[in-house]
Design a protein around this ligand. Sequence first.
Ligand SMILES: [Zn+2]
Length: 334
Amino acid sequence: MMKEFIQNMPKAELQVHIEGTLEPELLFELAKRNKVELPYATLEDAKKAMPYQNLPSFLVSYYANLKVLLTEQDFYDLTLAYLEKAASQNIRHTEISFDAQAHLNRGISLSTVMVGMHRAMQDAEQKCKISSGLILCFMRDLSEDDAQKVLLEALEFKDWIMAIGLDSSEMNNPPEKFKNVFDRAREYGFLTVAAAGEVGPAEYIWQAIDVLHVSRIDYGIHCVEDPDLMSRLVMKKIPISVCPVSNVKLGIIKSMQKHPLKKMLEEGLCVTINSDDPAYFHAYLNENFLAAQAGLSFHKDEIYEMARNAFLSSFLDNDKKEKYLLELDHYYNQ
Ligand SMILES: [Zn+2]
C-alpha cells in the first residue's frame, strides 16, 4: 500500500551524482568497449566489492571506476541509463551533479563530458518525459585555484549548467576554503549549492550559508546538533537534500531508526529525500523513500510533504514548478 503510494508518486530528485549511477553492468560494458582494465575479474566480483564501510574507502573505488568513461558516447550512455531508470520510478525532474575535475584531471575535455550528458538529457526529455538540469560540483579536496580554472572553462557551457556545487571529501575541507570561487560563480549568475554537515560539523553548514551564500544544502544532517542553526535554516527556508540510505550505508548514521530526517521534518526544515549514488548503495529514489519510511514510520502526509519540498526547492522556473506541484497534489488528493 505505502510501497505503491511511493512508487507511483510524481517525484523530483535534487542530489544524485552521475558518477554514482554507474552500475557494474555498464562499468564492464564500457571497460570492454574502451579496452580499460578493471581491478575486478568478473561482474560478480565488482558487485561484491560494492558495499562500503566508510566514506574514504567508498570514494577510492568510486573515483577508480571512472577510468572507463572516456568518450562523449560513454557520458551519453551513463546519463541516459540513469534518466531512463529515474523515469521508470516516476521521477519527473532531476538535478544531476557531476565532478568535472574527476574527468578533466584524467585528460577528458569538459566538452566531451557536457555534450554527452546534455544530449542524453534532451533525448530523455523527449522519450521519457523527464526534465533535468546539471550541477557542476567542485571537488573540495582539491584547491580553490583548481576550482577557479574549472569555473572559467564552464562559462562556455553556462546555458547547460543549472548550478554550481561542492562535493567529495568533507573532513578538513570547510566551505570557507571556496569563498572566492563561489563569490565569482554568483557574480557570473550561477545558482549555488554545497554539501555540508554530512560528516563535517554544524559549523560547516553555517559557513555554507553565511560564507558561500548557497541556495541549498546537500546532506545537512549535522544541523540537528545546533538549535540556532536549525532556526536559521527554518527561518530562511533553506532546503536540505538528505540521502538517508547513503548515510546509513556509509556508517555515518548507525541505523535508519536513528536517522535525523524525521526530527528535521518535524522541526519545520524543508527536507527532501535523494539517492546520492544509487548504483553503489543499491537504492534509487523509491528505495530511499521506502527505507526511510520503514525505519522512521513516516505517514503518507509526511512522504507527500517531502516530495512537495523537492519540487519547491528545485531550480525550475515557477511555471514548471506549478505544473509538477499540481500533478503531485492531484495524485495525493485522489
Ligand atoms: Zn552527494
